[in-house]
Write a protein that binds this ligand. Structure first.
Ligand code: SF4
Length: 156
């Protein structure tokens, strides 16, 4: 949801109102194949409290979020920081988070700062207000729409 908030608030709203087409999309299937082949020696897909689904975790100290795109996005950074924040709330201090882009062989490391924690608390309030909005947020008419699982729903 943190990721969707940055990408498209309409997508966040649709997702939270049970319109979930994600599993059928080509990108998701491609992502699963990439996951299986890129990082097969580590703990993967750790689901916590049915809330966060961490791609990979090393010794409960370093978390990885694996991105299948070729573009580096702010949304991915905040998704990763949210995972670090979530674990911290449960007494697990994560030393760093790593965003991995196997397709472009790039890797970025992040720490969770006090300022980040404040931003995340504000972000969660904003996400809540999107989710509980009575009206579906507007379409964003962006080039990313073409690769969105809701494309046909939004534009047909
Ligand atoms: S198709 Fe575009 S407007 Fe519709 S949910 Fe996806 S990103 Fe948002």
């Amino acid at each position: 949801m943190v990721n969707y908030y940055f990408v498209c608030q309409r997508k966040l709203w649709l997702f939270c109102h049970e319109l979930k087409f994600e599993d059928e999309s080509e990108r998701v299937r491609l992502g699963k194949i990439l996951d299986e082949n890129s990082y097969n020696r580590n703990e993967k897909h750790i689901m916590l409290d049915n809330v966060v689904n961490i791609d990979m975790i090393e010794s409960w100290k370093v978390i990885h979020e694996i991105k299948k795109t070729k573009s580096i996005e702010k949304s991915a950074e905040w998704q990763l920081k949210y995972y670090m924040y979530y674990l911290k709330q449960r007494g697990i201090e994560i030393e760093k988070g790593i965003l991995d882009y196997p397709k472009i062989k790039e890797r970025f490391e992040f720490q969770l700062t006090k300022e980040d924690e404040t931003k995340i608390r504000n972000l969660l309030k904003k996400i809540e207000s999107v989710i509980y909005a009575k009206q579906t947020p507007h379409k964003i008419n962006s080039k990313i729409c073409k690769s969105c699982a809701y494309f046909e729903y939004c534009y047909s």
